[in-house]
Design a protein around this ligand. Structure first.
Ligand SMILES: Cc1cc2nc3c(=O)[nH]c(=O)nc-3n(C[C@H](O)[C@H](O)[C@H](O)COP(=O)(O)OP(=O)(O)OC[C@H]3O[C@@H](n4cnc5c(N)ncnc54)[C@H](O)[C@@H]3O)c2cc1C
Length: 179
């Protein structure tokens, strides 16, 4: 009898964060050939940055998301993955009152404009800063192959003010690091 086990193509995925787990799920679900998938994770738990803890204090229970707690719904991939995994029933709509993003701008809490009309009327950016952002389509592409930080990329394409007042705080909030 042939040993079917040894005929399987072997795939090793390093890292059991969402990237590695999604890759494993995708290969297992959609590969046309039989695969032997091994996922290697250094930490004692799966999920990587996605990490939820429940804290008990004074008889009450608090859920703490140590990393990500939301995803962008404009793009279909996360929805699709949640549906495939049967998790879509557990997704919580954040509600309209928490749908906005705010930054602390020199001591004042200001809303990050998320639509063209809000961008035009926003007092977060100066007129000059807004004009620099609007010029983005006319900024020529980078010609060299040198590595570029996220801050360098945003500054080059959208200007320093866009980095300092909008994208920098948002990206720092998402990745918990300096862009
Ligand atoms: C505080 C915070 C809030 C965030 N909020 C959001 C949010 O709301 N929405 C959103 O979309 N994104 C958010 N992000 C970003 C999001 O968490 C990450 O982009 C995403 O989780 C990265 O997943 P990953 O699998 O690529 O990497 P990771 O989650 O970092 O997973 C990598 C895994 O690989 C393992 N590993 C590394 N090296 C090795 C090795 N040599 N051998 C074996 N295992 C190894 C690590 O232990 C880890 O488990 C947030 C991030 C942070 C830090």
């Amino acid at each position: 009898m042939p040993n079917t086990h040894s005929l399987k193509k072997k795939v090793v995925i390093i890292g059991g964060g969402i990237t590695g787990l999604a890759a494993a799920w995708h290969l297992q679900s959609y590969s046309e050939e039989a695969l032997e998938i091994t996922l290697i994770e250094a930490a004692p738990f799966l999920g990587g940055k996605m990490h939820t803890r429940t804290l008990q204090k004074d008889g009450a229970s608090f859920i703490i998301d140590a990393g990500p707690e939301s995803f962008v719904t404009r793009k279909p991939e996360a929805w699709q993955l949640a549906q495939e995994l049967g998790l879509d029933g557990q997704i919580v709509n954040p509600g309209s009152e928490t749908r906005n993003m705010y930054v602390l701008d020199e001591g004042t809490v200001k809303k990050i404009p998320l639509s063209p009309p809000a961008f035009v009327t926003s007092d977060l950016l100066s007129l000059r800063g807004k004009a620099r952002m609007i010029l983005e389509p006319f900024i020529p592409a980078k010609r060299d192959d040198e590595d570029e930080s996220l801050a360098g990329f945003v500054t080059r394409r959208l200007g320093r003010e866009a980095l300092d007042k909008m994208l920098g705080p948002v990206l720092a909030g998402i990745y918990n690091t300096s862009p």
